[in-house]
Every structure is written in structure tokens, then in C-alpha cells.
Design a binder for this molecule. Structure first.
Ligand code: ZEM
Length: 293
């Protein structure tokens, strides 16, 4: 099926029916314009849009080539109701308004482009992106349990991310996305932001992991860490695994010291994440650097 669509997509490209980078730039601009939402969390939709892009891609399994961003299967009830996706209806609803204005874009392209816009407009690195994902069907939904469980440790992180085809360095780089956003008790059960500036993309997640003393928070919720000094920040057990594990810690130290190195590696790993499960035949050419004017 996917190869037939690949051929169709290639033919479409040859006939010049494909939308241009300028067309996608209009979608980019429309998303960028919507990011700032007074009263929503810390004032921006960017974090939850990054989480949508990540969860729509992170279901990939390299062993059987299932999952990933290609079919935008989170539109279907079984996947929308996977526990890990709690709260992402908010992101999908906002993206639906963009889809209504640009009905020609596929959901997979829209959601992944949303992640790129969110990272870039929050001050993060440019993330190369290209269109080509197609909307799939409910039978493309993958089983629950493919996304990481925050209550676990390094073995679990490796089990989950190696399955997607990532290595230790990429796991640490990708985790730096927790510079953005926060945990919500009504979504994951955890609570609080990782950094002091949760709508700015930076390497602060790594400097805090490295420099702050962290302790278990005493509360009724799931086991999480709090910073000793202000008790206003949090780390998940999986975040702390990055400093407990020697191989992971090496990259935490690099990214804490060198924000440029983090930005470079994050950009590469995030671009790779967003293309998981998409047959190359569906892409017309090299990825683009999008951006605001
Ligand atoms: Zn997250 N993430 N994540 N993550 N994530 C949350 C929130 C956000 C894990 C995880 O369990 C959680 C990556 C990796 C991992 C973002 C991006 C990326 C939350 C809180 C949890 C529990 C959800 C809530 O309550 O709203 C685990 C275990 C991960 C394994 C390493 C990767 C990779 C990401 C992108 C590249 C972002 C931006 C958020 C903040 C969402 C928001 O609404 O503020």
C-alpha cells in the first residue's frame, strides 16, 4: 500500500502538483501566529505542540517498520486514548484550526511542522523539515506502550529509544526538549516545569540536571524529584537516569557546557524523529529550513 502511495506521490511531484515551500511557509506562519496564548499554561502552546510532534512520531519500531509520523494515527480513538497521550487533544484541537485553513496539508505533516515551528519560535535551533506524510487508517494504529514510561530508568529508556533507532547521545539530546513545558497532574499525574523558563528553548535542562541538588518530593502523586533550593522545579525518574548512567551523563555534561553543541545535536535528532516511519519515496527532495521572516 505504502509503495503504491509512494509512486503516486512521486508522480504528483513530477506533475508539479505538489505544494511549494512557500505554501508550507504559510502554514508555518499561521502556526507561529497562534503560539502565544494568554492564560494557557506559561503563555505559549509551543511545549504541547512539541509533545504532539514527538508522540506522533515516537511510536516507531524499526524491527517491523510500523508506527512513526507517517499516518497521523493519533486521530483515531484507540491511540488518542493511550495514557501517554493524555492532554494532547488540546494540541490536536489547535492544529485542527490550521488544518481548516490549509486543508491540503496532511495531518502528519501538520503535526510535525507544528513541532518545528514550536522549537524554532521558542528560540531553539532550525530543524530541517520536509513534507510527504500521508493520512493513514485506524488499522495503522500501533499497540499501547511504545512511548517511554517516566517512572522507569535507563534500561527502559534504551529499550524504547533503541527500538526507534536512536543511540545514547540522541536520547540525551532529545530529552533536552524538557527545557520546554511542564507536567500536569490531570495529564500524566506528575507536576511542574523542568526549568525556570519553560517557554524558552535552551540548554537549561542540562545545567539544572548537572548543578542543582535534587531530592524526592514528598507528596501524594507519583514519585518525582524537586530541586532542593526552590522546590519549584521537577525532574522525572527518567530525567534523573541521564545523570545516574555514565554513558548518558557524558552527554549531559557536554550539553550543559555547550549550548551550541546541544542545539546542533537536538536539531539532527529531532529532524530524524519527525521522519520515522515515512518511506523516503514519499519525500520529494532534501529537507527545508523554514523560518519566520
Ligand atoms: Zn516528554 N514528557 N518525555 N519529551 N515532553 C512530558 C512533557 C513533555 C517523557 C515523559 O514521560 C513526559 C521527550 C521524552 C520524554 C516534551 C517533549 C519530549 C510529560 C508531562 C511527561 C510525563 C506530560 C503532562 O503531564 O503534560 C519521557 C519519559 C521521555 C523519555 C525520555 C522527548 C524526546 C520530547 C521531544 C523531543 C515536552 C515539550 C513536554 C511538555 C508538554 C507541555 O504540555 O508542557
Amino acid at each position: 500500500k505504502s509503495s503504491a502511495r509512494g509512486v503516486a506521490a512521486a508522480a504528483e511531484g513530477k506533475l508539479g502538483l505538489r505544494h511549494s515551500q512557500q505554501d508550507y511557509q504559510k502554514v508555518y506562519d499561521a502556526i507561529a501566529e497562534k503560539l502565544e496564548q494568554e492564560g494557557y499554561d506559561d503563555g505559549s502552546l509551543a511545549p504541547v505542540l512539541v509533545r504532539l510532534a514527538w508522540h506522533s512520531s515516537g511510536t516507531y519500531n524499526k524491527e517491523d517498520n510500523t508506527g512513526g509520523s507517517n499516518y497521523a494515527t493519533m486521530r483515531f480513538k484507540p491511540e488518542a486514548e493511550h495514557g501517554a497521550n493524555n492532554g494532547l487533544n488540546i494540541a490536536r484541537d489547535h492544529m485542527q484550526k490550521i488544518k481548516d485553513a490549509f486543508p491540503w496539508i496532511s495531518y502528519g505533516d501538520l503535526w510535525t511542522l507544528g513541532g518545528v515551528v514550536a522549537v524554532q519560535e521558542s528560540g531553539g535551533p532550525t530543524v530541517p523539515w520536509r513534507p510527504g506524510r500521508i493520512d493513514g487508517f485506524e488499522h495503522h494504529v500501533t499497540p499501547d506502550g511504545r512511548l517511554p514510561d517516566a517512572a522507569q530508568a535507563q534500561d527502559h529508556l534504551r529499550f524504547i529509544f533503541y527500538r526507534m533507532g536512536f543511540n545514547d547521545q540522541e536520547i540525551v539530546a532529545l530529552s533536552g526538549a524538557h527545557a520546554l513545558g511542564r507536567c500536569h497532574t490531570d495529564r500524566s499525574g506528575f507536576e511542574g516545569p523542568w526549568t525556570f523558563s519553560p517557554v524558552t528553548f535552551s540548554n537549561q535542562y542540562f545545567t539544572l540536571l548537572q548543578d542543582e541538588p535534587w531530592q524526592w518530593r514528598k507528596w501524594k502523586g507519583p514519585a518525582q524529584y524537586e530541586d532542593k533550593k526552590t522546590k519549584s522545579l521537577m525532574m522525572l525518574p527518567t530525567d534523573m537516569a541521564l545523570v545516574k548512567d555514565k554513558s548518558f551523563k557524558k552527554f549531559v555534561d557536554i550539553y550543559a557546557k555547550d549550548e551550541d553543541a546541544f542545539f546542533k545535536d537536538f536539531s539532527k535528532a529531532f529532524a530524524k524523529l519527525l521522519e520515522l516511519g515515512v518511506p523516503t519515496s514519499q519525500f520529494a527532495g532534501d529537507a527545508w529550513k523554514m523560518g519566520s521572516e
